[in-house]
Design a protein around this ligand. Structure first.
Ligand code: FAD
Length: 398
C-alpha cells in the first residue's frame, strides 16, 4: 500500500529511527494530544519518553553523546512528531536550533560544556530574538548588553520565547556597543543559563508567565525580562561580540526546514483525518468520498501534502550536502505552511459540522496551522527572501 510522504534513498538507520518515531507517535502522542492541548498541559511524560528515544540528541555528534544524524533525519522526525502533535515538535525545535548554533559557532569549551547534556535532554534550549516591538526586523533589537569591566549587564524585554519557561539554556540576541558603525555587527548572542520556571528565576531575570495562545498549546511561550542581569563575557556564543546576527540567521535557516517539516506533518494528519471521514460519512445514498466535489478536494489535499514533503526533503538534503539552502528552505517553508493551511481548511470542510466540535481532532489542527505562517519568518518575509535570491540568480548581464 503506498502512502503519502515516503522518502526515497534513506539509510537503514534512518528507516529504523523513523519507524520507531512513528510507533511512538501513534501509541504515545496521538491518543493524548487533543486532551493535553485542550487543557494547555505541558506533555512531561512525552518529553521523558523522547529523552529515552534519544531525540534531544538526534543531530548532536556522537563525540558529544548524540546520534549524529543529519538535518534530513531531523526534518523527517519532526514531520512524524507533528503528525501527532505540533506542540511536541516545538519543544525540540528551539533545542535543536541552540544545539546547532553551539556546534557551528560555539567555542570548543562551550561545546564541551553544553552539548553532552543537551544530547540527553538534561539541558534544554530556547532561542530569543523577538521583542514586543519587533519580530521580522531583527536589526531593530533594543535589549542591550553594556560592558561592566568583567562582563556585561543586560537590560531589556524579549518576547515570544518558545520553551521560555521550561528551557534552562537560552540563546539571546542583544545589542552590544561593538561594531556600531557596521550594520548588523552590533548584535551579539549570549548563552543565558537559568532555572526552568516562572517569576523572578534569577537576579535580573524575570519570566512573567505563559502567553495565552489560540493554538500551539501545551508548549510554553513566554516573555523574558532582563533588568541589569550580570553575565560573564565567556557566555558570548563563539567568544567574540558582534557576530550574533549572522549566527542567528544561520540557525533560523535550519529552523525554517523544521517549520516546513512541521507543516508537512500537520497537513498529512489533516489529510488522513479527511480521507478517513470521507469514507465513513454518507449523504444522498453514498459515501461523501464518492461525490466528485469531495473526491477532487482529497486529490488536491494529497497533492499538496506530497509537494510539501518533497520540498522539505530537498531543502534538508541541500544543507546536509554542505551547501547554502536559504532559497530552498524559504521556498519549502513558504509553500508547506500555505499548503498546510489549505489542507487543514479542506479537511475541516469535509468534516461538516463535526469539524467545529472540539471532540474532533481537526478542530485542534485548525487552530495550529496559522502559527506556521508566522514562526521562523512570516510568509511575506519568505517571499522577500525567495524573490531577492531569484533576482540574484536571474540577474541580467551587466
Ligand atoms: C507562538 C509563537 C512562538 C514564537 N516563538 C519564538 C521564539 O522561540 N523565538 C523568537 O525569537 N521569536 C518567536 N516568535 C516570534 C516570531 O518569530 C515573530 O512573531 C515573527 O517573526 C513575526 O514578527 P512580528 O510578530 O513582530 O510581526 P511584524 O514583524 O511586526 O510583522 C507584521 C506583519 O507585517 C509584515 N511585514 C513585516 N515586515 C515586512 C516587510 N519588510 N515586507 C513585507 N511585509 C512585512 C509581516 O509579514 C506581518 O504580516 C514566536 C511567535 C509565535 C506567535
Amino acid at each position: 500500500m503506498s502512502k503519502l510522504c515516503a522518502t526515497e534513498g534513506l539509510t537503514d538507520v534512518q528507516r529504523d529511527i523513523l519507524s520507531a518515531v512513528r510507533k511512538f507517535v501513534d501509541n504515545q502522542i496521538l491518543p493524548v494530544a487533543t486532551r493535553l492541548e485542550h487543557d494547555d498541559e505541558y506533555p512531561s511524560e512525552i518529553v521523558e519518553q523522547m529523552k529515552d528515544l534519544g531525540i534531544f540528541g538526534l543531530t548532536i555528534p556522537e563525540e558529544y553523546g548524540g546520534l549524529g544524524e543529519s538535518l534530513l533525519t531531523y526534518a523527517l522526525v519532526v514531520e512524524e512528531i507533528s503528525r501527532g502533535w505540533m506542540s511536541v515538535s516545538g519543544i525540540i525545535n528551539t533545542h535543536f536550533i541552540v544545539a546547532y548554533l553551539l556546534l557551528q559557532h560555539g567555542t570548543s569549551a562551550q561545546k564541551q560544556e553544553y552539548l553532552p547534556r543537551m544530547a540527553t535532554g538534561e539541558v534544554r534550549g530556547a532561542f530569543s530574538m523577538s521583542e514586543p516591538d519587533l519580530g521580522s526586523d531583527v536589526s531593530a533589537i533594543k535589549t542591550t548588553a553594556t560592558p561592566t569591566g568583567d562582563g556585561y549587564s543586560i537590560t531589556g524585554r524579549k518576547m515570544w520565547l518558545t520553551n521560555g519557561g521550561s528551557a534552562n539554556l537560552v540563546a539571546v540576541l542583544v545589542r552590544t556597543p561593538e561594531g556600531q558603525d557596521k550594520p548588523h555587527r552590533n548584535l551579539t548572542t549570549f548563552l543565558v543559563e537559568k532555572e526552568p520556571g516562572f517569576g523572578e528565576i534569577a537576579e535580573g531575570i524575570m519570566i512573567p508567565g505563559k502567553i495565552e495562545k489560540m493554538g500551539y498549546k501545551g508548549v510554553d511561550t513566554t516573555e523574558l525580562l532582563f533588568d541589569d542581569y550580570r553575565i560573564a563575557a565567556d557566555r558570548i556564543l563563539g567568544g567574540v561580540p558582534g557576530r550574533g546576527f549572522y549566527q542567528m540567521m544561520d540557525g533560523v535557516e535550519v529552523g525554517r526546514v523544521n517549520v516546513a517539516a512541521r507543516a508537512a506533518g500537520v497537513a498529512n494528519r489533516a489529510f488522513e483525518l479527511g480521507v478517513s471521514y470521507a469514507q465513513q460519512r454518507r449523504t444522498f445514498g453514498k459515501r461523501i468520498a464518492d461525490h466528485q466535489a469531495i473526491l477532487f478536494r482529497l486529490a488536491e489535499m494529497g497533492t499538496k501534502v506530497e509537494a510539501a514533503h518533497q520540498m522539505v526533503v530537498r531543502a534538508a538534503r541541500i544543507k546536509d550536502a554542505g551547501n547554502r539552502n536559504d532559497l530552498e528552505a524559504g521556498m519549502a517553508k513558504y509553500l508547506a505552511s500555505e499548503y498546510c493551511r489549505d489542507v487543514v481548511e479542506d479537511s475541516f470542510r469535509i468534516h461538516g459540522g463535526y469539524g467545529f466540535a472540539k471532540e474532533f481532532e481537526i478542530e485542534r489542527l485548525y487552530r495550529e496551522a496559522p502559527m506556521l505562517l508566522i514562526g521562523e519568518g512570516t510568509a511575506d518575509i519568505q517571499r522577500m527572501i525567495i524573490g531577492r535570491r531569484l533576482l540574484e540568480d536571474y540577474a541580467l548581464p551587466s
